[in-house]
Write a protein that binds this ligand. Structure first.
Ligand code: COA
Length: 374
């Protein structure tokens, strides 16, 4: 299985409808793959919030209307892991089809903070979390508290993660925060949202769309091989998160690396789902980049920077590239393909292999994908 084309919109507060964003990313991916729409056998659509945010469900049929198609189009939802779970699902269809398109889209910016938090909150457990008003930033603050209790202070290292990702995002013209000047002082002095969690520890509210063309056979030398794509699920309630490690992440990563017949040390570049900076830090440990409690040391030594031993979130991650929920998991794949092809410009790292980690909740769904170039 190969990725033969990628396309995306810019991420951020966009003056574009769901419809316009989908059309732009689809057209760009088809152009990149040099594939005509008539050669696409099926489409898989990733989206989380359009029912609540725009009052528009049935995006698969909407897309059929827009693109004048009658092929199978299937919509998948799995909160922030929607992109990864859609990609995972889509690959099974290659036993039947030759070329498929995987599309992610989300429109978040037109809502008030309160409305959006309520809508995002519906992805957590209704009885245990929503009833208590327990939302994701509070979950992230809770993990910071637990991590610090176990391993010591970590806020300086979280600021370094935020700075790294903003610096990388400033090399990515499609990133939500491209062009925004950010320094350590700004990060450390940013407003506290809950507990120790600062504004600059959070991903922003973004709009955007990404499309990926996947083919059964290798098309040309820009095609990137899908070595593996594996998934694990876990409890939905944030209150059932055991603390400083996420079991579903460990399981999905082990399954994906085993299926690719690789070790984490064989990976050249990683996209981590840094919805919150603390998630990037604990995921470094869950992926086996270091032992529990050792990620802060790796961060201080700059090991995950562009020039470090294992670059993480070269596109700016969710923190600076942005987090249009339904498109995020596919944006990670877009970045790995760009790096592996050697087309990442100023943020290019040496990469033959790449790994994407996409999670929903903390952590109810996790998909880990391993890609390899020629
Ligand atoms: N990081 C850095 N700066 C941010 C930011 C973020 N995450 N979110 C907003 N800003 C900046 C804006 O760019 C704006 O800057 P400016 O004044 O220089 O233009 C300023 O903060 C105010 O923006 P606004 O949109 O009013 O922010 P807000 O206070 O309404 O929202 C959050 C901030 C953190 C609450 C919001 O970004 C959020 O909810 N993020 C999490 C989204 C989420 O839950 N995703 C899914 C789960 S991972």
């Amino acid at each position: 299985m190969y990725i033969s084309g990628i396309g995306r919109t810019k991420f951020g507060k966009l003056d574009m409808t769901l419809h316009e964003m989908m059309v732009e990313s689809v057209q760009k991916a088809l152009d990149d793959s040099k594939t005509d729409l008539k050669n696409i056998d099926a489409i898989f659509v990733s989206n989380n919030l359009s029912g609540l945010n725009q009052g528009q469900l049935h995006l698969n049929s909407l897309l059929a209307t827009i693109l004048k198609l009658d092929i199978p189009i299937i919509r998948v939802e799995s909160t922030c892991a929607s992109g990864g779970v859609t990609f995972y699902n889509s690959l099974f269809s290659l036993s039947k089809f030759d070329n498929i398109l995987v599309l992610g889209v989300e429109k978040m910016s037109a809502l008030s903070s309160k409305e959006l938090s309520t809508n995002i909150g519906t992805t957590s457990d209704k009885k245990l979390d929503q009833k208590q008003g327990f939302i994701f930033p509070a979950g992230a603050a809770m993990i910071i508290e637990r991590y610090e209790k176990k391993f010591g202070n970590v806020m300086d290292e979280l600021a370094l993660i935020s700075l790294k990702n903003h610096n990388n995002g400033n090399l990515n013209k499609n990133a939500h925060f491209f062009g925004k000047e950010v320094n350590l002082e700004k990060i450390k002095n940013s407003k506290k949202l809950v507990g120790k969690l600062r504004l600059y520890d959070c991903s922003p509210v973004s709009d955007g769309s990404v499309s990926i063309v996947v083919s059964k056979n290798k098309k040309d030398k820009r095609s990137v091989k899908i070595k593996s794509c594996e998934m694990s699920t876990g409890p939905i309630s944030l209150s059932l998160n055991p603390g400083t490690s996420m079991p579903a992440v460990k399981k999905a990563a082990k399954r994906a690396l085993d299926a690719a017949d690789m070790k984490i040390t064989d990976i050249d570049v990683i996209e981590i789902h840094d919805g919150y900076t603390i998630v990037e830090l604990i995921t470094m440990e869950d992926l086996g980049l270091c032992k529990p409690g050792k990620a802060p040391g790796m961060i201080r030594k700059g090991k995950t920077k562009l020039k470090g031993a294992i670059p993480v979130n070269t596109d700016g991650g969710l923190k600076a590239n942005g987090h249009p929920i339904g498109a995020t998991g596919l944006a990670q794949i877009y970045e790995l393909v760009t790096q592996i092809r050697g087309e990442a410009g100023k943020r290019q790292v040496k990469a033959k292999t790449g790994l994407a980690h996409n999670i929903g909740g903390m952590v109810g769904s996790c998909v880990v994908t391993v890609l390899e170039g020629n």
